[in-house]
Design a protein around this ligand. Structure first.
Ligand SMILES: [Zn+2]
Ligand SMILES: [Zn+2]
Length: 388
């Protein structure tokens, strides 16, 4: 007498996990394929070319120009294809990264369940003195098994048969002595117990049930030959599709390492593109920045001081530098020529500063110079270029 064991081979759990991965990815892919039936399947694994892709802004520019000539539908199609493709790639890689841990967890869970069951199994033995309630003779236990109940409690069911060959009465009993009774199906109309019957024919079994009180009737057939053959055909195709999709969606450990690499590279690439764009906006390309004269903060301040010499701007003072991503400092100076109009002085001061710092790694910030009651101020910031 043995019972169903939860623990299976490692291969079984791995297969189960992979099938879940395939179903998850297929479900996501299908929502795209439903909208674009002319696409059969999404090729989402990144190519070698894409992996080794370097920062090529010229190529990107060219693609951008080509994009303009596309129809709206085509643009939308391309965008959705790209998003679906990327999402599938991420999903597959993510599933692959959690595969080992999940399989380990499942195995551990089933091992614990089995260990618990061994104890229950051994703690309950059959009753050697059980008597038949029909004839009073002894009953012999011919089977012992765990009974699946909806509350998931591990209960054991013993099956007995009367040893009297004329009686052979059978009865099943739980480990606590409770007699097992099969719940007979009830009529959905009046809740009366249904009368059941089955008829075994050559190639099929005909089941029927009817209500003795109302006119409820139910008949169904189990086709023993034809159906099983058809199912096999469908099952073969399903298996084929599953194997094909496992190759598509289930990444190997090597793929997984590649994904991590790619992921890091993409992250660095995006950061450098973002930086490049920001510099483009302020008119500072990498090449330009490289050619600038590098001055320290004090050197830059000295240049400004020299630049203002003899220009009738007095008491030049610098504020504490702000050490953000760029270094920014404020300067303040006072009107030394009472005949000069404020707007003229602002313009002159701006020109001097811009000229003084030209071709260096410092520049006047875009908010310019503000002037009020003969006090002028502005901010200077550093130009730095960090390659990622
Ligand atoms: Zn009996
Ligand atoms: Zn009824």
């Amino acid at each position: 007498m043995s019972y169903y064991k939860y623990l299976k081979t490692r291969e079984y759990y791995e297969n189960l996990y992979d099938e879940m991965t395939v179903r998850d990815c297929r479900f996501f892919e299908q929502s795209f394929l439903d909208d674009y039936p002319h696409v059969e399947m999404i090729e989402f694994r990144s190519t070698e070319e894409e992996r080794t892709m370097e920062v090529d802004l010229n190529k990107k520019e060219k693609e951008k120009k080509e994009d303009v000539e596309l129809s709206d539908e085509e643009k939308e199609f391309r965008t959705r294809y790209a998003i679906t493709r990327l999402t599938l790639h991420y999903k597959s890689a993510e599933r692959a990264m959690h595969r080992k841990q999940t399989v380990d967890d499942w195995i551990q869970k089933d091992t614990l369940k089995d260990e618990k069951r061994v104890q229950i199994w051994e703690a309950h033995q059959e009753n050697p003195r059980k008597r038949c309630r029909k004839c009073g003779d002894l009953m012999k236990c011919f089977d012992k098994d765990f009974h699946d109940t909806s509350d998931k409690a591990d209960r054991i069911l013993f099956m007995y048969e009367c040893i009297d060959t004329n009686c052979k009465h059978r009865e099943a009993e739980f480990e606590n002595g409770e007699i097992w009774k099969r719940e007979k199906p009830k009529c959905p109309n009046c809740n009366t117990t249904l009368e059941e019957s089955e008829k075994r024919l050559k190639t099929k079994i005909k089941y029927s049930s009817k209500c003795p009180k109302c006119d409820f009737k139910d008949v169904w057939e189990l086709d023993l030959n034809k159906k099983s053959k058809q199912q096999t055909k469908a099952q073969i195709q399903e298996k084929k599709d599953m194997e094909r999709d496992k190759l598509r969606f289930c990444y190997s450990e090597k793929d997984c390492a590649q994904f991590k690499d790619d992921h890091d590279r993409i992250k660095r690439f995006n950061q450098s593109v973002a930086r490049e764009k920001e510099l483009e906006k302020t008119g500072e390309s990498y090449q330009q920045v490289k050619e600038l004269e590098k001055l320290t903060l004090l050197e830059a301040q000295k240049r400004i001081k020299e630049g203002l010499k003899g220009k009738k701007f007095l008491k030049l003072k610098f504020g504490e530098p702000d050490m953000g991503r760029d270094v920014v400092f404020e300067f303040k100076t006072y009107e030394g020529n009472s005949d000069r109009r404020e707007s003229k002085a602002t313009k002159e001061l701006k020109n001097i500063i811009v000229k003084t710092l030209d071709q260096t790694n410092w520049k006047l910030m875009s908010d310019g110079i503000s002037g009020r009651l003969g006090i002028y101020s502005g901010r200077i910031r550093s130009i730095e270029y960090k390659r990622f």
